[in-house]
Design a protein around this ligand. Structure first.
Ligand code: C2G
Length: 129
């Protein structure tokens, strides 16, 4: 059994997230998603509209996701990879190269982002509406 992991905020869940998760899940038998906690997002300088518990519930309802865990620090990835026996680490290519240091532990894959959609664009559109 091969296990894939990916990390993110997943605020205002949208088709870009779905496309990422679908392709990530296709790279193995099981997909784990580490969701940024509200506190971690604050440290990222990221304002989220959807609280952590709701972002977890939405991801757990996604057919491509097998397990959701909290992401509370930048440094936890190596520990997560060991603990969950990860074979493949996946991120969208806006992170291209940023996690290559993990390649001694597992395969590192960057997938093309879905064009013309983002949580921040949705926020902007809602504010204007
Ligand atoms: N994504 C995508 N296409 C989009 C928007 C997002 O493929 N149109 C991908 C991102 O590349 C990322 C994932 O969806 O891999 C989650 O995106 P965010 O919620 O914006 O995650 P981010 O804030 O980048 O947090 O430690 C890593 C961080 O937690 C990543």
């Amino acid at each position: 059994m091969t296990t894939v992991i990916t990390y993110g905020t997943f605020d205002l869940f949208h088709v870009g997230h779905v496309n990422l998760l679908k392709r990530a899940q296709a790279l193995g038998d099981r997909l784990i998603v580490a969701v940024s906690t509200d506190e971690f997002n604050e440290s990222k300088g990221k304002v989220t509209l959807v609280p952590y518990e709701q972002r977890v519930a939405i991801l757990e309802a996604c057919r491509y996701v097998d397990l959701v865990i909290p992401e509370s620090s930048w440094e936890q990835k190596r520990q997560d990879i060991a603990k969950h026996e990860i074979d493949t680490f996946v991120m969208g290519n806006d992170w291209q190269g940023k996690f290559d240091d993990l390649s001694d532990l597992c395969e590192v894959v960057y997938l093309d982002r879905t064009k013309d959609i983002s949580s921040s664009a949705i926020k902007q559109a809602v504010l204007v509406f």
